[in-house]
Design a protein. Structure first.
Length: 278
């Protein structure tokens, strides 16, 4: 065999190995679910809600991890949360497909009460598409918290859960919460976009659950997420837990993808939050 032929074979083998590695990394990055646990200690949490577990699913974007989201379902079955919250972008506006969220709801609907707020992708849907999604959520008894508050009652105690419609529908209306929130209560807030944390923390929200940022899509070691839609490169709010005033915000990295189809060093995330009374 001539030297040029040997060189071509070696280059072909190296390129093939690199491509295989990239495909494996891409598959793992898009399908290998990471479960993250948080614990919130607060004196406003009633004793009846001590140990109360919230599961957060965000930014599904039509995704079906492992083909059927079985890893999400198994994690929820194992943890048996008290409630499940969906923090927006459960469908994608880049090719509307309601089947993945319908299949997921069919599996998890009997596990716990489910609460939902809209995201920017829901705001981009046509009127007919969004109505189809709302109808599906209502059929499964999902509480739609666009600009509303609900009290979750356990005997003589309660906590509240509120949600705000994505600003893609209309400018935020904070007046809708003024009569529903009380400083002495433990108040949970669902908001798709984390970049408005400064605004959220001005109100009596103790725990804010958000998504949207996809963890920065590409996570660079020691630097964090590379890009988010609202904040651009190397954002302040990409994933994890943040504190400001008396509010704590948890940002889920989410499940699916949007324009950029891959996650790098940034696995899909299912969040569990346990409440602890003091």
């Amino acid at each position: 065999m001539s030297k040029p032929n040997k060189k071509r074979i070696i280059i072909t083998i190296i390129v093939t190995i690199i491509l295989i590695v990239l495909l494996v990394v891409a598959y793992i990055g898009n399908n290998w679910l990471e479960v993250t646990d948080y614990s919130i200690d607060n004196e406003d949490i009633p004793d009846n809600f001590d140990g109360y577990v919230i599961a957060q699913i965000s930014d599904l974007h039509n995704a079906s991890l492992l083909g059927d989201n079985s890893n999400i379902i198994e994690a929820l079955e194992e943890r048996n949360p008290n409630i499940i919250v969906l923090t927006g972008d459960i469908v994608s506006s880049y090719g509307f497909d309601i089947e993945p969220v319908a299949d997921l709801l069919d599996e998890i609907n009997d596990m716990a009460n489910i609460f939902y707020v809209s995201g920017n992708h829901e705001a981009r849907l046509s009127d007919n598409e969004y109505q189809e999604l709302v109808t599906l959520l209502e059929e499964y008894g999902v509480y739609i918290l666009d600009n509303s508050t609900i009290s979750i009652v356990d005997h003589d105690s309660h906590i509240t859960i509120s949600g705000i419609s994505d600003q893609g529908f209309a400018a935020p209306n904070w007046n809708c919460f003024s009569n529903a929130l009380h400083e002495e209560d433990f108040n949970i807030f669902l908001a798709h976009r984390p970049s408005d944390f400064d605004e959220y923390s001005l109100y009596d929200f103790d725990l804010i659950l958000s998504g949207h940022a996809h963890g920065g899509q590409i996570v660079i070691p020691f630097l964090g997420g590379m890009f988010t839609p609202d904040e651009g490169f190397f954002p302040e709010y990409d994933a994890g837990i943040y504190n400001q005033n008396d509010s704590t915000m948890i940002i889920s990295r989410g499940i699916g993808n949007s324009i950029f189809p891959f996650r790098i060093n940034n696995r899909p995330e299912l969040v569990f939050v346990e409440l602890n009374s003091l």
